[in-house]
Design a protein around this ligand. Sequence first.
Ligand SMILES: NC(=O)C1=CN([C@@H]2O[C@H](COP(=O)(O)OP(=O)(O)OC[C@H]3O[C@@H](n4cnc5c(N)ncnc54)[C@H](O)[C@@H]3O)[C@@H](O)[C@H]2O)C=CC1
Ligand SMILES: CC(C)CC(=O)C(=O)O
Ligand SMILES: [Mg+2]
Length: 372
Amino acid sequence: MKLKIALLPGDGIGPEVTAQAVKCLQAVEETFGHEFEYVEAVVGAAAMDKSGDPLPEKTLELCKNSDAVLFGAIGDPKYDNDPDAKVRPEQGLLRLRKELGLFCNIRPIKVFPTLMEKSPLKKKVIAGTDFVIYRELTSGIYFGDKSVSADGTSATDVCTYTESEISRIAHLAFKAAKRRRKKLTLIDKANVLESSRLWRRTVGKIGESYPEVALDFMFIDNAAMQLVLKPSQFDVILTENMFGDILSDEGSAVGGSLGLLPSASTGDNHALFEPVHGSYPQATGKDIANPVASILSAAMLLDHFKLDEESRAIVIAVLKSIKKGIVSPDLNTSSKYGTNHIGDFISANIRDSEDYLILNKENIWLGKSTII
Ligand SMILES: NC(=O)C1=CN([C@@H]2O[C@H](COP(=O)(O)OP(=O)(O)OC[C@H]3O[C@@H](n4cnc5c(N)ncnc54)[C@H](O)[C@@H]3O)[C@@H](O)[C@H]2O)C=CC1
Ligand SMILES: CC(C)CC(=O)C(=O)O
Ligand SMILES: [Mg+2]
């Protein structure tokens, strides 16, 4: 298969982890006989340094004209620490999501069997954790009107949802639940928020056309607690933009590190793949960032194009690296392995079809699907 992939490494650790994901995609190309073209462009603070714009027109055009986008991360302390900054790197990512119509953000959370003891939670609490968050990505409070009063003493962010914005992602979440353990939990704050009540009404109605899926509702405050008390109770979580953002970082702690979580953002015409984490500026250039979230995002990219075996080859190589203890310091503080070495190990193992077959038979972690 030929694919044109827009590479947007971005800021902080973005370039380092994206480079490891590209190594893995190149290994897939060689092993399975595909041809991927990579075209790089700037985004976030890196783009602002050049032109003042966190999403230059050229970058947006490239993304629109590519089959997929592989995104690193954006964000820089010089903007985080300046509450008066008028333009921010994050606006580049938000606008890109909106322009590409990426309304559905898919964030799978599974516990690697070999990493059980790395979780801050007890083994018996996290055993069996395997859920996926369907997070609405192009609306809600991140995209609503914002204002600050003239004297700077009050500020407003508006949260708006329409029925059609809710129903298009709800259908995708119900379909995912049908393929999985047939349970969907809508997480909201319907006891307080009007927009959440619209979510409940809309999702409740849509649920009638998916009778095989058990639908339940949970308030966000309780959900934040349930996620660490009994994460295995969740199968598909459907939620709005900000709640999904927060819950996925919380969920990453269940599996041991935010550096492990990949994501896919899809719409009707485009798809973007990125780690759940941000630019982790404290780690920039230190060769300590975990590249697995980015590498698994590349596996989700392959999944998206129905390259199932190829995606699985990446996942299995990742599993092997973890099984062998080739992990970054977030998973083992005394680890001597860096970002680059881990990327080299995983990409080399994608090429190793014998290991691939053996591990594939074990069928650990993967279940029937690859990532989700
Ligand atoms: N999608 C994106 O590009 C996102 C960008 N950001 C931006 O990133 C910058 C930093 O934000 P933070 O809140 O510190 O979030 P962050 O996700 O960059 O880091 C939070 C913590 O997670 C851990 N972590 C994250 N990625 C890791 C990796 N690959 N390997 C090992 N450990 C990892 C580290 O302990 C780190 O201190 C900000 O400018 C923020 O706006 C934040 C979230 C998402
Ligand atoms: C940096 C934001 C634009 C979003 C975010 O934190 C996320 O999508 O995880
Ligand atoms: Mg986030």
